[in-house]
Design a protein. Structure first.
Length: 434
């Protein structure tokens, strides 16, 4: 992923230096486990640990790989240069390359998930803060992009909070799903290595042993992980789209913070564009595009092939780095977002009283009017509001049929805004608890 959309902590998870350090730890822990079992001499295992503070030379490993055409063998050759050929002769005993590659990948994905959870918490904190701040800030709800009935800005933020809270739980489950390791040898039968070695290595790395591996860890786990990232990205876009709509000139109920010295357009100095949320919409697409390849990686030939390998070298860093950046960007947008309550009321009143139509409809049916007749009575007045921008309540008060059914006092009572917000506290308790 390009540096523009990357944060250093997540980038570090995927650096070659980090990868080779994890490879080393896998091999060193395996040697220690084998020494504990009496399979290899203790002094050989101890010798491997002498390299624990070594900064592995990425360029040197790459140069060896140019000859060997095999990355794990290149690394093992370089490790022997540090440890000594005789001392390192038991390194990788009974293991296969995928034992190192797959276990390392899952360590990286669990570390990435931990960083993503930090970003999720930051976003949840921002959403909760703004939800409480605007719990009673009335705005019009929309369906199909059209005014529907009153809601509050706090409910909008709370809705996004609940969605992201579900995503956090999904991410925790995805982390658990991916936190397995395999040190089971060629085709996964443990023919040349004791299963207790796998158990020890996994324990040291914070993983669980894969119950049954072939030569690889099953890729349905990875498919679930990346699918979860795709869902989170879609939720980010869901929030971003709402903010982009709110910032439209004709709406202007909310907007991204516009900093001192910021420029909105190279051509038009008056512009304040929702560039951050538009960017988030694009980043969400990038994360989602990793989901299908992860799904396609599930089907491998027999005990293994490497058709998944090139895919994961790309989508592992790309999806996690991009999503990490997006979570932190959205948290900042929410935290600094401008909200314009008066514009919300002005927008709702562009068609005066129209959003109360359902309440009048229900009152008419409760007063004994058939639903068909009630709908017709309300709609004929509502359409005049659409056409002429006249006051809906005044039209109803001038409609003899409506007045006969309800009376003027009951009509006026149906335009109380508090009717639509009376259960906000109940919803907030459901979302945030007491």
């Amino acid at each position: 992923m390009i540096p523009r959309y990357a944060r250093p902590d997540m980038v570090a998870v995927w650096s070659p230096e980090t990868k080779f350090k994890i490879w080393y730890e896998i091999e060193a822990h395996a040697c220690e486990a084998m020494a504990n079992l009496g399979v290899i001499p203790r002094e050989n295992a101890d010798a491997v640990w002498k390299a624990k503070d070594v900064e592995f030379d990425v360029a040197r490993i790459d140069a060896i790989e140019e000859v060997t055409k095999h990355d794990v063998i290149a690394f093992l050759t370089h490790l022997a240069e540090h440890v000594g050929s005789e001392e390192a002769r038991f390194v990788h005993q009974g293991m296969t390359s995928s034992d190192v590659l797959d276990t390392c990948l899952n360590v990286q994905l669990t570390r990435a998930a931990d960083l993503l959870l930090v970003g999720m918490d930051k976003l949840l904190e921002a959403l909760k803060k703004r939800a409480l701040e605007h719990k009673d800030t009335v705005r019009v709800g929309r369906s199909h992009g059209i005014h529907a009935e009153p809601t509050t800005m706090g409910l909008t933020f709370a809705r996004f909070y609940a969605e992201m809270d579900r995503n956090k739980r999904r991410l925790i489950a995805a982390r658990e799903e991916i936190a397995t390791g395999a040190i089971s040898g060629a085709v996964g039968t443990f023919a040349n290595i004791d299963p207790r070695v796998e158990e020890y290595v996994c324990e040291q790395l914070g993983l669980s042993p894969e119950p049954i591996s072939t030569q690889v860890i099953p890729r349905d786990r990875h498919a679930m992980f990346f699918a979860t990232l795709g869902v989170i990205a879609s939720s980010i876009e869901n929030v971003a789209i709402e903010i982009r709509h709110m910032q439209r000139t004709e709406v202007l109920e909310g907007a991204e913070f516009f900093s001192m010295g910021q420029k909105g357009s190279s051509a038009m100095p008056h512009k304040k564009n929702p560039v951050l949320t538009e960017n988030l919409t694009g980043l969400a697409r990038l994360v989602r595009m990793t989901v299908i390849p992860a799904m396609e990686n599930v089907a491998l030939w027999h005990e293994r092939d490497i058709s998944h390998s090139s895919v994961e070298r790309g989508i592992g860093p790309d999806a996690t780095i991009t999503l990490d950046f997006a979570l932190h960007r959205l948290a900042g947008v929410i935290d600094k977002m401008l909200v314009f309550p008066q514009n919300m009321l002005d927008n709702m009143n562009k068609f005066p009283g129209l959003v109360m139509s359902q309440r009048v409809l229900l009152a008419l049916t409760q007063a004994g009017v058939s639903r068909e007749d009630a709908y017709s009575m309300v709609q004929r007045n509502a359409l005049k509001v659409w056409e002429d921008r006249v006051d809906f309540r005044e039209l109803l008060l001038a409609d003899a049929d409506v007045v006969a059914a309800l009376g003027a006092e009951a009509i006026n009572e149906k335009f109380d805004m508090g009717y639509h917000t009376k259960h906000v506290d109940t919803i907030f308790r459901r979302v945030f608890g007491e």
